[in-house]
Design a protein around this ligand. Structure first.
Ligand SMILES: [Zn+2]
Length: 415
């Protein structure tokens, strides 16, 4: 991989200013690219390197694999497998119905990246006109079987125009953990502008930069997350397209997210919390290069402490199993150099991942029953963003003497 880091200057996807990577996580496979042993020789790698744009404040990765490599027919992530996320999206839908749609005649809701219908099913249940846009065909099929209207496509200006001519403009455009996936942010902004009614609202949520920096949760950075947004960067990115940031609301999902509400400029009052959150970001130094230099050091320190713990456990003959074959775990295993010698297998309840190997590190993925059958000494909690739900579920593991290895916000061994 000689010379790989020499090609890491580019242009900001949001504003076009020159940007340079402030660090590299090295050679990285597709985060959700779980593979069979015979596919190892064809495995795709790219260099995962983040940059921060001085001009507009946008945090982004320099190189992103083509979307077809990431969201394909066999895409393995189904939102509804988590009960916690089900409750989260029921509440999200409820807020939209009560605060935005109430009193409107025949409202129309569009969701970008509607996954398996985890949110839109609630609109379907209330007979509210809706349309889901989900590029992964197998995931979209699950939504259709629930009766959720879904098309398999990528959101852009052309699709927005097609939707307007077929269904009319939208009262609400929603997205959860999707906007940060789309590299052509200006294209999305134009699409939203054209699809939204003059009194409509665009509400989306994504992992939040402030949380990632504060917790050193560098595993938020992987191929699908081309941006990690902040209030400042979202406000600026959409302002040029006539969309004003009118509200923000921190969320605990995905290890710390932010919900952003944007509306055609001047159509709604801007909530005071927007200015408050901008002040917090300045106090945290999210607009300063030195913050990212410190983040890089914190990542390196997290990596060496995690590997020291795993090396010690291996030397002591302890069994370590990974818990949750998450997309996030791909950054951790590959950046840290975790191998099947450190982690015997990764337990995961998603059938499509079982019997395969983890991307890059090639740790076997086994069904959850294998974890329960013979508890290991330690479980490396890759699904740390679901820690509360998991630790409650796995009390028998702890009672049997098992311990969790966590690495966010710090590397530690916990009961
Ligand atoms: Zn920029």
């Amino acid at each position: 991989m000689a010379g790989m880091t020499h090609n890491l200057s580019s242009q900001c996807r949001a504003c076009g200013a020159p940007i340079v990577a402030f660090m590299s996580f090295g050679r990285m496979p597709i985060a959700n690219g779980f593979l069979k042993a015979e596919e190892i020789s064809d495995e795709y790698f790219f260099e995962l390197a983040p940059a921060f744009c001085d001009r507009c404040g946008m945090f982004q990765i320099m190189e992103q694999p083509r979307p077809e490599k990431m969201f394909h027919e066999q895409y393995a992530f189904f939102s509804s497998t988590s009960h916690y996320m089900q409750a989260h999206f029921a509440a999200f839908a409820d807020v939209i119905m009560k605060e935005i749609l109430a009193g409107r005649s025949d409202p129309f809701v569009v969701e970008c990246g509607s996954n398996d219908g985890i949110m839109l099913r609630h609109f379907h249940d209330k007979s509210i006109r809706h349309l889901g846009i989900e590029p992964s065909a197998n995931v979209a099929d699950v939504a259709r079987r629930l009766g959720v209207c879904t098309i398999s496509a990528f959101f852009n200006r052309k699709l927005a125009d097609d939707i307007v001519s077929e269904h009319g403009r939208a009262d609400a455009i929603l997205a959860a953990n999707v906007m940060c996936h789309i590299p052509d942010l200006p294209g999305v902004a134009v699409g939203v502008q054209r699809l939204l009614k003059p009194d409509g609202i665009f509400v989306f949520e994504d992992p939040y930069l402030g949380d990632m920096i504060a917790k050193t949760s560098y595993d938020q950075i992987y191929d699908e997350h081309v941006f990690i947004f902040s209030v400042n960067s979202v406000m600026r990115a959409f302002a040029d397209y006539g969309l004003e940031l009118v509200d923000v609301a921190p969320q605990i999902t995905h290890g710390g997210s932010m919900r952003y509400s944007l509306a055609p400029k001047g159509s709604r009052k801007v909530a005071p919390v927007v200015a408050e959150q901008l002040k917090k970001e300045q106090a945290q130094g999210l607009d300063k290069a030195e913050t990212y230099a410190r983040f890089k050091k914190n990542c390196e320190s997290s990596r060496s402490r995690l590997m020291q713990a795993l090396d010690n456990m291996r030397r002591d003959g302890k069994r370590v199993v990974g818990y949750g074959a998450t997309s996030k775990s791909t950054t951790v295993t590959n950046y840290c150099g975790i191998t099947p010698d450190h982690v015997e297998f990764i337990s995961d309840t998603t059938p499509i991942k079982q019997g395969k190997l983890s991307p890059g590190a090639h740790i076997p993925v086994k069904p959850y029953s294998e974890f329960v059958r013979d508890y290991p000494d330690y479980a490396l909690l890759f699904a740390w963003n679901h820690a509360a739900e998991i630790r409650e579920k796995e009390q028998t593991f702890i009672a049997a003497g098992g311990r969790w290895i966590v690495y966010v916000p710090d590397v530690s061994i916990v009961a």
